[in-house]
Design a protein around this ligand. Structure first.
Ligand code: SIN
Ligand code: CO
Length: 408
């Protein structure tokens, strides 16, 4: 592991954040040359490959001419011998959520603070020798592709949707047709950044033996996920007594007819149960802060109280970060007429608006020093919330002599 990343004032180069949101976000691609001048990845290819040996790490390998099929997909964890015996060219190794494993890598996410942090899915890193590619495809995610080392050619193609035709001879969703746009054909070098909106065909091919690409993906729930999630969440709270009623029934035209009046009753009942802004807020906050890998959250074995926090500040050094947000943790908050919530890793914690500044400060930091904890202890409600975060594993105590936070 080498030096940490030095971020520029803005990762968008000469484009302002407002301009980016107005003209590009979810609309069209943007190439930013030297978004991070002099970028040097804090982990090398061997360290990246090392991660794919771990049971807890999600990794994949894509081989264009696989031994069994074209565009063959292999899922990690991998054996060292498998990695050592790979062909010289034309494959890609992909490691998911490296930001959850290595805080030095997660630093990059700070550069995207012009977007809601709860939209971030993870930071994936791919390594490919020359010719390596995952094929022409589209994603339902917005993605920022940062060239970390070596060179990659990116070709962009047509807008795609569910009806776009995919190859049937591979488990990967590879497009059968790729209409390359000659004006969007670029070779990216270290520090260059490419933003792609969802559903645009793209094809990245390594042009060097040391090509690594960092992808920051932004998730968006599908309507199906929202409908089913809300239905489950609200459904659980509904009384058995609340059901379809038709006390207004009039003589049916035919006993087998389902008439408009019946459908109006169904719609009214649905509207009545769904028109619950507090439940919607709570469900959405929980859903958007759900951790990608819930097993990575390690709850405190012996739960803390405010007294534990008091003890901690007594002997701690002033400047050092004492507690940190767990690498895979997701925090968000909502202040509204229907309630105020702090959402942390799928939990919804209500708070009084009087501690809004503390909540804002909590969500602005990944590290907490003695002063922060003292400020917290001055507010009983904040102390209680903070202790809950510690007990559920969203915030943990730093251990200075711990070499790596790999398992957090
Ligand atoms: C890659 O890094 O090779 C693929 C990323 C992508 O196309 O989404
Ligand atoms: Co993609």
């Amino acid at each position: 592991m080498t030096a940490s990343i030095t971020l520029p004032v803005s990762i968008l180069g000469s484009i302002s954040r407002e301009e980016f949101l107005r003209d590009y976000w979810q609309k069209k691609p943007l190439l930013i040359r030297q978004a991070i001048p002099g970028f040097t990845p804090p982990l090398d290819i061997d360290e990246l490959a090392g991660l794919t040996l771990e049971e807890t790490v999600e990794s994949r390998l894509v081989m264009e001419q696989g031994p069994e099929s074209p565009w063959q997909l292999f899922n990690g964890p991998f054996e060292e011998s498998f990695l050592q015996n790979l062909p010289e060219k034309d494959w890609t190794l992909l490691v998911q959520a490296v930001d959850h494993l290595l805080p030095e890598v997660g630093e990059l996410l700070k550069a995207f603070d012009f977007l809601p942090s709860w939209r971030v899915d993870d930071l994936m890193i791919s390594y490919a020798p020359e010719g390596g590619s995952v094929g022409p495809h589209f994603d339902y995610y917005d993605v920022f592709l940062l060239q970390a080392s070596g060179k990659r050619r990116w070709q962009l193609g047509q807008p795609c949707d569910e009806s776009s035709s995919l190859r049937s001879d591979t488990r990967l969703k590879i497009l059968t047709e790729f209409a390359a746009n000659p004006e969007q054909d670029w070779v990216l070098e270290p520090g260059d950044l490419l933003y792609l909106p969802p559903q645009l065909a793209h094809w990245g091919t390594s042009l060097s033996e040391d090509c690594t690409t960092w992808s920051v993906g932004f998730r968006a729930l599908s309507a199906e996920e929202i409908l089913c999630g809300v239905a489950d969440f609200i459904g659980e709270t509904l009384e058995e007594d609340l059901r379809y009623t038709d006390a207004d029934l009039t003589l049916p035209e035919h006993p087998a007819v389902i008439d408009d009046a019946a459908m109006t009753r169904v719609k009214n009942l649905l509207n009545q149960v769904i028109n619950n802004p507090a439940a919607l807020s709570e469900w959405f906050g929980r859903a958007m802060t759900q951790t990608k890998y819930p097993d990575q959250l390690l709850p405190q074995e012996s739960p803390w109280t405010s007294a534990t926090l008091h003890e901690l500040v007594e002997y701690a050094a002033e400047e050092e970060p004492l507690l940190v947000v767990a690498e895979g943790s997701r925090l968000a908050f909502r202040v509204s007429t229907e309630g105020n919530w702090l959402f942390a890793d799928g939990e919804a914690l209500k708070f009084n608006v009087a501690i809004k500044d503390w909540i804002t400060s909590l969500c602005s930091n990944r590290e907490f020093d003695v002063q922060f904890i003292k400020n917290t202890l001055a507010l009983p409600e904040a102390s209680e919330l903070f202790v809950k975060l510690i007990n559920q594993g969203s915030v943990y105590l730093t251990e200075e002599d711990e070499d790596s936070n790999l398992l957090h």
